[in-house]
Ligand binder design. Structure first.
Ligand SMILES: [Fe+2]
Ligand SMILES: [Fe+2]
Length: 328
């Protein structure tokens, strides 16, 4: 079943979004550095096999011209962010992404419901973010509840917010214990030139793809307007959760899958790079992603949510859009 949705009425929301924007300047963006309680290895896929350096850094993910809170450790954190992006830009290659998609596309690790995964993510805390010393589920529910308030009729969007970061389980040992650079951070296309819109662009020089003539032109292996669906994006929690949702036959609309898959694609949705790869459908879906993105950030300053109180509503949405048990 395909759920049809209307495009967002951006004009009527303009006032709200303007308010959100002014608040965003004070906020830490979607960092989401989930730190596993213990580390590494699972299902024969050792982190060491996947990466050249499996150090678990704790960078602030929200670089790329986004503002930091004014606190003592800011300089140190900015250095960590830069080191994070250095590792990410060197290690995310087209070959790496293909291997990750193939390996995780098997969805042979565990069977559990969406809510069970929320609770699993709840066990770990983002230790790198001084403002987020609370369980991840709070961020998910705060984003979802904030959107629900402003878009009460778009229940698919509420659920999208709830599940958008579930792919961070990749950091957990039972999901392969991937290093931070293979799970979080801004995402970007592989197989074509690294656009200047990428934060800390200079570190791509050390990426093997950078000197590969098949991959280092504007279009590389792609063609104009080919559509993002045909583009290989750096591996992380976004693409993994997209795979999980799609392969398990979710009935969420295309815009929801687009949001899940590209919510960390800041070079596109915030910096305006890579537009030449988009098709018409991407352009439509991007409107919803921009709506979602505001709440992903804004909700981080919200008060705690009574999980038990809102749980029945979200369980009903999960039941509406997903099978009971899904493969991860
Ligand atoms: Fe998020
Ligand atoms: Fe995220």
């Amino acid at each position: 079943m395909t759920i049809l949705i209307e495009q967002p009425d951006l004009d009527s929301r303009a006032e709200d979004l303007q308010k959100l924007s002014s608040d965003i300047n004070e906020l830490v963006l979607d960092g989401g550095f989930v730190v596993p309680k213990s580390s590494v290895s699972c299902n024969g896929l050792e982190a060491e096999e996947l990466v050249s350096n499996n150090a678990f850094l704790a960078p602030e993910i929200n670089s790329f011209g986004r503002l930091f809170r004014d606190y003592d450790a800011e300089n140190e954190r900015q250095k960590s962010v830069e080191e994070f992006y250095r590792l990410q830009h060197i290690n995310q290659t087209l070959d790496f992404v293909k291997r990750m998609r193939e390996e995780y596309g098997k969805l042979n690790r565990v069977e559990m419901s969406i809510w069970e995964c929320c609770e699993l993510l709840n066990e770990v805390v983002d230790e790198s973010d001084p403002d987020l010393d609370e369980p991840q589920i709070m961020h998910l529910l705060q984003s979802a509840e904030a959107i629900r308030k402003d878009y009460p009729d778009e229940d698919w969007l509420h659920l999208t917010a709830l599940i958008h970061d579930l792919g961070k389980v990749l950091l957990l040992p039972s999901f392969g214990g991937l290093p931070q650079w293979a799970v979080v951070g801004d995402t970007f296309p592989l197989g074509c030139a690294f656009d200047e819109s990428n934060v800390h662009h200079k570190y791509f020089k050390e990426n093997p793809d950078h000197s590969n003539p098949a991959y280092n032109t504007k279009y590389g292996i792609y063609s104009e307007g080919c559509g993002l669906d045909n583009v290989m994006i750096s591996w992380g929690h976004d693409d993994y959760m997209y795979l999980v949702a799609k392969e398990n036959g979710t009935t969420l609309p295309p815009a929801a899958l687009f949001i899940i898959r590209y919510h960390s694609f800041y070079p596109l949705h915030t910096a305006g790079g890579y537009k030449h790869l988009m098709n018409e459908e991407d352009t439509k879906n991007l409107q919803w992603l921009r709506v979602f993105n505001k709440y992903d950030l804004y909700s981080k300053s919200k008060e705690p949510i009574d999980v038990e109180k809102v749980k029945p509503y979200y369980l009903s949405l999960i039941e509406k859009y997903f099978p009971q048990k899904i493969r991860w």
